[in-house]
Design a protein around this ligand. Structure first.
Ligand SMILES: [Zn+2]
Length: 278
């Protein structure tokens, strides 16, 4: 895995769901300039285990001893569960199919993951959304239980977050960073021409350290959530070549056939956009 380019003194990792409603909230409640953000569907720790281990250097003696805290944030909607976590909604569908022997056209969530929810007795969507933080806590126990890294989980209630739903939804694939989502949106929008504007609430983020992790998110968001506009964003110029290779690997996936894919590289303050598929 390529190194992360995080400023010295970065002291915690916040992991949250990719959900489009959470970015502004994360900017205002969690971005203190010393927090590295990781995003994946459902805040599913098992999907980003490689990234987390590398970020906190579990199992290594040296390096970034400052990074000693991991916070995992799942989310739900306390007023209307159908407006809650899309990943949990999809998991409920796939779990139901497994439990009742139904056939589904496609699967986006791993068997082992579904089993964890069944074992815990979380079968309805509401149980899955509320129980997700316990499932993620157990995943953290397994991953870093004896490492000395502090970790905790919490659930965000999105019913209190005002959102609008006018702009087409976009998936942004990028790497962990301390950057604000509002700044990333600005970079994505620079010279964007006729492309959909990245507003406050229309971008889902897959913010991970490996292509394999991004691939799981891309498959889910294009397949289960119907997103057909994917942007791969380099966090800084060190990231350009890696993001170019991720975009190239995405480009050849069958599920990306009807999806618009754009690479946004960074040179100083300027973006270079390459439309890989119109
Ligand atoms: Zn979610």
């Amino acid at each position: 895995m390529a190194d992360f380019y995080l400023p010295e003194g970065t002291s915690r990792v916040v992991v949250s769901c990719s959900d489009r409603r959470l970015s502004a909230y994360l900017d205002s409640e969690f971005n203190d300039g010393k927090t590295a953000f990781v995003r994946t569907a459902g805040a599913d720790v098992t999907n980003i285990a490689d990234t987390l281990v590398k970020l906190v250097h579990v199992g290594t003696e040296e390096k970034n001893r400052a990074m000693r805290q991991v916070v995992v944030l799942t989310h739900t909607d306390m007023r209307d569960v159908t407006k809650g976590c899309g990943w949990a909604g999809r998991l409920a569908v796939e779990e139901d199919a497994r439990l009742h022997g139904k056939e589904l056209d496609s699967h986006f969530i791993g068997d082992a993951q579904i089993s964890q929810f069944i074992e815990n007795g979380y079968t309805s969507r509401e149980q899955i959304e509320k129980g997700n933080k316990n499932v993620q806590k157990k995943a953290l126990d397994r991953l870093m239980g004896s490492s000395g890294v502090g970790y905790s989980t919490d659930t965000i209630d999105t019913s209190g977050i005002p959102t609008e739903n006018e702009l087409e939804h976009v998936l942004v694939i990028t790497r962990p960073s301390v950057a604000r989502y509002s700044d990333m949106a600005e970079r994505l929008n620079k010279g964007h021409g006729s492309m959909t504007t990245i507003g406050k609430f229309n971008a889902y983020y897959s913010q991970v350290g490996t292509f394999e992790e991004a691939l799981v998110d891309a498959r889910l968001f294009t397949g289960a959530l119907g997103i057909h506009d994917v942007r791969v964003l380099a966090q800084d110029q060190h990231d350009n070549e890696l993001m170019r290779s991720w975009a190239g690997q995405l480009h050849i996936q069958d599920f990306m056939k009807n999806v618009k894919l754009t690479l946004v590289t960074t040179h100083g303050n300027d973006n270079n956009k390459a439309r890989l598929r119109a």
